[in-house]
Design a protein around this ligand. Structure first.
Ligand SMILES: Nc1ncnc2c1ncn2[C@@H]1O[C@H](COP(=O)(O)OP(=O)(O)OP(=O)(O)O)[C@@H](O)[C@H]1O
Ligand SMILES: [Mg+2]
Length: 94
């Protein structure tokens, strides 16, 4: 059997749009090769969370994060991260 590997790790993630807090202290691990579903009522932050995984919120005025998001162990909000390269690794289909 293949060993379980964590692909995306999220620790103590909070997301703000200005003074509004959209995500509160989210911690979870997403496994490589697994299908993970996010389920919740409208406005609970599903899209915000997904956009945070490839930094698509960066251009939203007032957007900021606290906590850590890693993809294959790399902190995607670290200074100097090449966002275009990140988006080659973390795609999104609308
Ligand atoms: N660009 C933005 N500026 C300010 N607030 C925002 C922005 N985008 C989302 N929000 C707010 O953040 C919260 C989470 O929204 P989000 O779109 O992530 O929810 P959702 O779970 O994807 O909802 P839905 O099921 O309707 O798609 C909502 O209160 C929303 O109004
Ligand atoms: Mg949504």
């Amino acid at each position: 059997m293949r060993p379980i590997r964590v692909k995306i790790s999220v620790r103590c993630l909070s997301v703000f749009y200005g003074s509004f807090q959209a995500l509160k202290d989210v911690t979870l691990e997403m496994r490589e090769g697994a299908a993970t579903a996010l389920i919740g009522p409208s406005g609970c932050g599903k899209s915000t969370f997904l956009r945070t995984l490839n930094r698509m919120n960066d251009l939203v005025p007032g957007f900021r994060t606290q906590g850590e998001v890693t993809v294959d162990g790399d902190n995607i909000y670290a200074p100097g991260v090449d966002v275009t390269r990140l988006r080659k690794r973390v795609g999104m289909v609308f």
